[in-house]
Write a protein that binds this ligand. Structure first.
Ligand code: UDP
Ligand code: MG
Length: 323
């Protein structure tokens, strides 16, 4: 990590096989950063996430040409979120901005986000993808994910907002202090609270290279968000298990009643269970009720364990008001 005075701005860019995109990114961004923040000082941290192409050589070459651009190479491909998080841990800027390497996060919007945070009115400014240049299926998947998270997340979820953002040092330090190991950066960012504002933009298609996210990787990313920030699915499963367990007990009770009192009917229907079948059905239903009820109870405990293992603080203090 370079030593020297703290720059005003750190830009963190996770890069996985981005040898095609990186030259365009640096060519586009460097002059803009120099003219907007040249006096204040900036650094660009390119996190090479175990690329197999010439990404690392690219980063070295950029660093030779401009020492403000430097890199962190990971030992293998850890994934987008770990790469972004690692970049944040190495950042020194008073403001940190996160963006992708492929120019899908427009540099003009990045400058706007940084300026909002610099003004001091907000701690975080994040990009909101008002429209997205992508196929209808992918757009539908993204839209549904954010709506689902909005419904089940235990804290207010920012609609259509990815990792593209600018944050002040205070926010970054709060995020870095959260002890859980599985990092979902946009979720942690909204979880810390503070003063956050969204800025709408159109997310263009990737200019060069290929997306690293196929549907299976997107699914895993979405699941990271669900499991990390909601216990609702576990609670629904537990409710269903307990409900089904109760239905099984009632079913068994009706069968027993029918065997003891053959004239017993249910809403006018005769159950008419024969001896052997009734015994078997009662046994199966009672066992099923025990298994389902136990699953439900385990689900409830698991929800608490999940919250405990994340070890997030109970709350974060924004300010102490004291004379
Ligand atoms: N990325 C990464 N590690 C990975 C996958 C992606 O560092 O395992 C980086 C990638 O180089 C890019 C950003 O994360 O800068 C977003 O990836 P991509 O553009 O492929 O995703 P999409 O925009 O298609 O969702
Ligand atoms: Mg992209």
């Amino acid at each position: 990590m370079p030593v020297g005075s703290q720059p005003a701005l750190s830009i963190i860019v996770p890069c996985y096989n981005e040898e095609k995109s990186l030259p365009l990114l640096v060519r586009t961004l460097e002059p803009k950063l120099n003219s907007a923040f040249g006096e204040l000082g900036w650094e660009m941290i390119l996190v090479n996430d175990g690329s197999q192409d010439g990404t690392e050589a690219c980063i070295e070459a950029f660093h030779q040409l401009c020492p403000k651009i430097w890199g962190v190479s990971l030992t293998r491909n850890f994934g987008h979120q770990p790469a972004l998080y690692t970049g944040l841990t190495h950042s020194r800027g008073k403001i940190c901005a996160c963006m992708d390497a492929d120019l899908q996060d427009p540099p003009e919007v990045l400058l706007e986000l940084v300026k909002i945070v610099l003004s001091g009115d907000y701690d975080v400014a994040y990009g909101v993808r008002a429209t997205r240049e992508a196929g209808p299926l992918l757009r539908g998947c993204y839209r549904s994910f954010y709506r689902l998270m909005g419904a089940i997340s235990e804290h207010p979820w920012q609609m259509d907002a990815g990792d593209f953002c600018a944050m002040n040092r205070r926010t970054v330090d709060m995020m870095l202090s959260l002890p859980e190991r599985d990092k979902f950066v946009r979720g942690l960012r909204s979880w810390v609270g503070l003063r956050q504002v969204g800025v709408s933009y159109t997310r263009p298609r990737r200019k060069l290279g290929r997306s690293k996210y196929n549907y299976s990787r997107l699914y895993r990313l979405a699941m990271k968000g669900v499991v990390g920030f909601s216990t609702a699915p576990l609670r629904i499963a537990s409710f269903l298990s307990l409900g089904m367990g109760l239905i099984c007990v009632l079913g068994a009770a009706f069968l027993i009643l029918n065997r003891l009192f053959p004239a017993f009917t249910l809403f006018g229907y005769s159950i008419g269970a024969s001896q052997g079948i009734a015994t078997l059905a009662v046994l199966i239903l009672l066992m099923a009720s025990a298994v389902l009820a136990s699953l439900g109870i385990i689900g409830e405990y698991l929800a608490v364990v999940l919250v405990e293992v994340k070890q997030r603080p109970v709350s974060l203090i924004s300010r102490i008001i004291h004379q």
